[in-house]
Ligand binder design. Structure first.
Ligand code: DQA
Length: 145
């Protein structure tokens, strides 16, 4: 199975960015742990990060036919981007929404996810472990298309 892991804006700063909320683990460390786990599962991972909404939209569009599952932390775009929501719906690739923090326990503007309705499910609040849980979820997804 081929899995695309996408990270949105400011997640390149993990480790130094608000560590009380997002933890001390860097994105490189998360990616290393994911690669190790995926290897153990016999899955192939590709990992990308962008601060640019349109770039994320492009990657989601291109995933159709190339990847079986997308694991997506859209970061702040979660709460603002109709374009990302539409890209996920258009691609038809089963997508798992991930957040390090529990967005429902934070500021009210973070409670609403515009992408949740087109994702298979949401994993939030487990810190860096949210990504590893998403990988477990990914192997259990039966592609709908
Ligand atoms: C986040 C939560 C978002 O509200 C925030 O904008 C982020 C990170 C998380 O992983 O907890 O940048 O997606």
């Amino acid at each position: 199975m081929k899995i695309l892991v996408l990270n949105g804006p400011n997640l390149n700063l993990l480790g130094q960015r608000e560590p009380g909320i997002y933890g001390q683990t860097t994105l490189a460390e998360i990616e290393k742990a994911l690669q190790q786990k995926a290897k153990g599962q016999g899955n192939e991972l590709e990992l990308r990060q962008s601060n640019i909404e349109g770039e994320l939209v492009g990657w989601i569009q291109e995933a159709r036919g190339s990847f079986d599952v997308i694991i997506l932390n859209a970061a702040a775009y979660t709460h603002t981007s109709v374009a990302l929501r539409d890209a996920i719906a258009a691609s038809g690739v089963p997508t798992i929404e991930v957040h390090l923090s529990n967005i429902h326990a934070r500021e009210e503007f973070r409670h609403k996810s515009l992408i949740a309705g087109v994702c298979v499910g949401q994993i939030a609040g487990f810190g860096a472990n949210s990504y590893l849980l998403a990988l477990d979820a990914a192997v259990n997804i039966k592609a709908k298309k």
